[in-house]
Design a protein around this ligand. Structure first.
Ligand code: DC
Length: 286
């Protein structure tokens, strides 16, 4: 069937446009919108998601700032894909630890990288993207403090970064993606339409991470979590390869005193602003 540049079929697009015209011109449709959630979704949200300009949202920041939770909620609200790039480095770390790969041996590292296949699959059961390492779901295995203790060293290796960045860029080819990490706005997608740099008070971050670990059944002392966060902040921001830094054009979001809903709202407002600006710019050009 004939495809438009929007990715929808011609007839689907025609039907949606006509439904839209009827929806906004016939009073009964307003009544329907108020009475049925499904009608609301089908008539309003679906056409909106279908025609909306898609952008890349890059979220960077220190460990345990709530980047992934925010990114996930933003992606869900926009119908975008969500990629937790840190999970990829954690999966590589898991593989290296399991197979005793020496990170000081470049040959062993590049041989191991050839054996690693990482993919994200959406779990309808848990309503989230889960990471698979060589076909095995490792979503929970990569979230332990043990992995956290080694991941910064592994993610500082150039060949590891080259491989991960190449895969991340592929994932963002079609836009409509929210990716969080340390170098997303500076290295992976330097042309991302919206770049956010998240920060939060160290103690708040340690408490959040401790709670997260506890929910997984790991009881860890707050001081130990804090030490790990400090250590990773230091390694991530001082390493030679793509150190963590705020991109010049990134917008800073300090979420120390914000609830999850509040930070998601801020980001969604920024997305609207950015898209509006892009629309204005393209209408001036044409
Ligand atoms: O976001 P996280 O804590 O799951 O990330 C784990 C580690 O991976 C972090 O210490 C730094 C590294 N990382 C990176 O170097 N680049 C990214 N884009 C994402 C994570």
């Amino acid at each position: 069937m004939f495809k438009t540049s929007f990715g929808c079929s011609f007839w689907l697009r025609t039907i949606i446009i006509w439904v839209g015209i009827l929806y906004y011109s016939i009073p009964q449709f307003y009544y329907l919108k108020q009475t049925s959630f499904l009608v609301n979704v089908v008539l309003t949200d679906f056409p909106y998601l279908c025609f909306m300009r898609k952008i890349i949202i890059a979220i960077d920041g220190f460990s345990a700032c709530g980047k992934s939770t925010t990114a996930k909620a933003v992606a869900k609200s926009l119908g975008y894909a969500f990629i937790d790039s840190g999970a990829m480095y954690r999966a590589v770390t898991l593989y290296f630890m399991k197979h005793n790969v020496s990170i000081t041996d470049p040959k062993a590292v590049s041989k191991a990288l050839q054996q690693i296949e990482i993919e994200f699959r959406f779990s309808t059961e848990n309503s989230r993207n889960e990471i698979f390492l060589n076909g095995l779901n490792v979503e929970d295995k990569i979230r332990t403090l043990e992995i956290a203790k080694h991941v910064s060293e592994v993610s500082a290796i150039k060949s590891v970064r080259v491989e991960m960045v190449a895969q991340q860029r592929k994932m963002g080819k079609k836009k409509g993606i929210v990716m969080d990490g340390r170098d997303i706005g500076t290295e992976v997608f330097p042309d991302a339409e919206l770049k956010i740099f998240m920060t939060a008070d160290k103690k708040v971050r340690a408490e959040r991470r401790q709670k997260e670990l506890l929910e997984r059944g790991d009881v860890i002392d707050l001081d130990e979590v804090m030490e790990n966060i400090k250590h990773r902040d230091h390694l991530d921001s001082t390493r030679e390869e793509s150190p963590l830094r705020k991109a010049e054009d990134a917008w800073e979001l300090d979420n120390s005193d914000l609830s999850m809903e509040q930070q998601v709202d801020v980001v969604l407002k920024w997305v609207d602003q950015k898209i509006e600006k892009l629309e204005q710019a393209s209408s001036v050009q044409s």
